[in-house]
Design a protein around this ligand. Structure first.
Ligand code: FAD
Length: 379
């Protein structure tokens, strides 16, 4: 029988949060670190837009040079039809940290994985975390190698849940996320056969939700609609006619897309949760990134938040291994940040008053937090 290997730290999830945590930890202390990732190298990754200050985090991870050498495209700003019928512009021209970025996500995550491995992290790709049992010194984790279709176990003295919005490890130890808003993203990624896309990210509100359109650095374009479950069936017919029809009904984005000839359309659907774990950390485990708190993509902050958590959590993990106690300061930070995120999200949705009676908008602009925000004098 295979011996069960014990690692100091097992990180569940090889997204921006998990890989950043591996890099940040190994930069500071020699530990045995295993990252478990359910997907295979090269699988499609959705979500590419990150704010200018992401570069500061990449410098902390010492991967900024590799980042600048990569195929990531600067984004000069946003063009949005939101709260009014004409286009508003929000440029990064005066930001001292430069533009925001449209990432080549596969290359970006590979860059982080390469750095984590260079610092001696092991990464088990195509490996699913199944469940965990508390043992005397840490946890016994049951995993499944999806390629060999075989189960195996590893022991972890400390576990990092970086498994994304479904918080798999927290769930396995009996902690369920508080989900307070649930959306669905219907996504189309297409290759550009002819034409030059705008470098700006485009956003357009419609009665059923909102659209997002952005050119990706590898001559592709991502177009997605964020709406509620009720609209998904209409968007998801087998030929994607519903998606195309709703897209054709937009004013601004459809016009921009008409200037391009597209081919090789791929469609995806992803759930999007706004939510937070009621318990984010224990003595020998912690949740980071989307596993701890997940945001509406309107915030465009998920990747930045993941990397930032990966770096910030290092002191807690090192305190555990060095016999010091760090009392829930990570949770306090995540909770406070979540409250701010909700205020900002509610403020952004409240700007759009044109379809007050439409269920999507009515539900969001009636949110009592928006009233708190207004009472605080922000509006
Ligand atoms: C449609 C959509 C568009 C988005 N667009 C943007 C955007 O433009 N900009 C932005 O900043 N954010 C965006 N986000 C949010 C962003 O993708 C996340 O916030 C960010 O990826 C969080 O990083 P993470 O590492 O915490 O989690 P993730 O990136 O979700 O990584 C978690 C990893 O854990 C793995 N995993 C899950 N369960 C298991 C398991 N049981 N076993 C092993 N591995 C497991 C997953 O395969 C995944 O790779 C978007 C989200 C969605 C849904």
């Amino acid at each position: 029988m295979k011996t069960t290997v014990t690692y100091d730290v097992v990180i569940i999830g090889g997204g921006p949060a998990g890989l950043s945590a591996a890099i940040s930890l190994l930069q500071k202390q020699e530990l045995s670190v295993l990252v478990i990732e359910g997907q295979a190298i090269g699988d499609e990754l959705i979500g590419e837009n990150c704010p200018p200050n992401t570069i500061l985090l990449l410098k902390q991870l010492r991967v900024a040079k590799a980042f600048y050498k990569g195929n990531h495209a600067p984004c000069p700003g946003y063009a949005s039809v939101w709260g009014r019928a004409d286009v508003g512009y929000n440029d990064f021209i005066v930001n001292p940290l430069g533009p925001s970025w449209r990432l080549d996500r596969k290359a970006f995550d590979s860059m982080l994985a390469d750095e984590a491995r260079r610092l001696s992290a092991q990464i088990h790709w195509s490996t699913q975390f199944l469940d965990a049992v508390k043992v005397e010194k840490g946890y016994a984790l049951r995993l499944r190698d999806r390629i060999a279709n075989a189960e195996y176990k590893v022991n972890a003295r400390f576990v990092v849940d970086a498994s994304g919005a479904n918080s798999r490890f927290a769930k396995a130890i009996g902690i369920s996320k508080i989900i307070e808003d649930r959306l669905f993203a219907s996504i189309r990624i297409a290759s550009i056969a002819e034409g030059k896309p705008s470098k700006q990210i485009q956003i357009e509100a419609v009665p059923e939700g909102w659209w997002y359109n952005a050119a990706l650095p590898d001559n592709r374009i991502i177009t997605m609609m964020l709406s509620e479950k009720e609209n998904i069936a209409a968007l998801q017919d087998s030929q994607h006619e519903g998606f195309e029809a709703q897209l054709a009904n937009t004013n601004f984005i459809a016009e921009r897309l008409k200037k391009l000839k597209l081919k090789e359309h791929q469609y995806y659907t992803r759930p999007v949760y706004s939510g937070i774990l009621p318990v984010i950390e224990g003595k020998d485990w912690v949740a980071i990134g989307d596993a701890a708190s997940s945001y509406d993509p309107i915030a465009a902050h998920g990747i930045h938040k993941g990397i930032s958590d990966g770096i910030r959590v290092t002191s807690k993990i090192l305190a555990f291994f060095n016999g010091e106690e760090e009392l829930n300061s990570f949770s306090a930070f995540v909770n406070e940040r979540y409250v701010n995120y909700k205020k900002n999200r509610d403020y952004v949705y409240a700007i759009e008053q044109r379809w007050y009676d439409a269920p999507f908008w009515n539900k969001r602009i009636m949110n009592p937090l928006e009233i708190t925000y207004a009472n605080n004098g922000y509006k």
